[in-house]
Design a protein around this ligand. Structure first.
Ligand SMILES: [Zn+2]
Length: 318
């Protein structure tokens, strides 16, 4: 188990046990983050690289990240026992194939086998949000069932049961962002109307509040504090949508803990407390809903906690 204070300071590598070393990588649309952990979960080297696009670009980026980690660790790439990669898209963890990772320019890629060919290291792949869910449960020391909700540009969730990911058929579990809740709502890129992603995500926030620019989540709290009425309405709609998402996950799987992660959590305390207040209001109206105690189970992924990379590093073993 990685100590919380250590997990917060990824810039300060500690002495790691030689022997079994695992690579954990989070391949994002613009950047790829990677770490090394030992068998005890101690965090060693870490790197951050720009992600190159397309099948060859993604493979090259992953290989370069492993080379950089080996250099920092003072070992050869072949000394790594295994590598776990979190990647967006539809991920078949059994066959090691990722499909429809459009923000990486990837239609279909046999990522695990091809990276193993290049590096000689065993490779496991996982959906990026599922990997972050595994990492969050591990680092936050949450047992039982955990619903991890990623409020980013899009909206999706990862489910962990007793430390293990619940992937579902074809790795599709957790696509709560495309639970359609409003037949008269906005059209979603997925082809449905009124999906939760259209009311609780960075793209929803942009639609609510066009004046917020390219990254409205970064400036929303300040605009609300300054009395901007449009920002305040956008914030309220976002909070309501996010609380609806927590409720949907909550009544479906009755998790021991619900964790909010993703880029929008940078809005900070107002967002998480707003979601909690909305849940409390609904719970006050419904004895049925209050039985799930969701307002008490809600937590936020601490800033700087490397859930995505650590969860990916654990994935070859879960
Ligand atoms: Zn949708």
């Amino acid at each position: 188990m990685i100590a919380a204070e250590q997990a917060h300071s990824s810039a300060a590598p500690v002495a790691i046990e030689t022997g079994k070393l695992y690579v954990g990588m989070d391949i994002g649309g613009t950047k790829t983050a990677a770490v090394v952990i030992d068998a005890a979960g101690n965090l060693g080297a870490d790197v951050l690289l720009p992600t190159a696009q397309g099948n060859d670009g993604v493979l090259r980026t992953a290989e370069e990240a492993m080379l950089a980690l080996a250099k920092q660790t003072g070992c050869a790439v072949s000394d790594f026992s295994a590598a776990g990669l979190g990647i967006p898209g539809q991920v078949d963890s059994v066959r090691g194939v990722v499909r429809y990772a459009y923000n990486l320019g990837v239609e279909s890629l046999e990522l695990a086998a091809l990276l193993r060919e290049r590096t000689g290291v065993e490779v496991a792949i996982e959906n990026d949000v599922t990997a972050a869910a595994v990492g969050a449960a591990h680092l936050m020391q949450l047992s039982g069932s955990v619903a991890y909700i990623n409020l980013g540009t899009g909206l999706s969730a990862g489910i962990v049961v007793e430390g293990k990911p619940w992937r579902g058929s074809q790795g599709l579990a957790g696509e709560v962002g495309h639970l359609a809740v409003d037949p008269r709502g906005r059209l979603c890129p997925c082809g449905q109307r009124g999906c939760l992603e259209t009311v609780a995500s960075g793209s929803a926030l942009k639609a609510y509040w066009p004046a917020g620019g390219e990254h409205p989540g970064w400036v929303l709290a300040a605009a609300v504090a300054n009395g901007d009425a449009d920002a305040k309405l956008a914030f309220e709609l976002l909070v309501e949508g996010a609380a609806s998402t927590v409720r949907a996950m909550g009544v479906t799987i009755a998790p021991e803990a619900v964790v909010i992660g993703g880029g929008l959590r940078k809005i900070g305390t107002p967002l998480i407390e707003g979601i909690r207040e909305q849940l409390r209001a609904w719970e006050a109206e419904s004895p049925f809903l209050s039985g799930f105690t969701l307002s008490q189970r809600l937590q936020v992924l601490p800033e700087g906690m490397p859930a995505a990379t650590v969860g990916a590093a654990l994935s070859p073993r879960v």
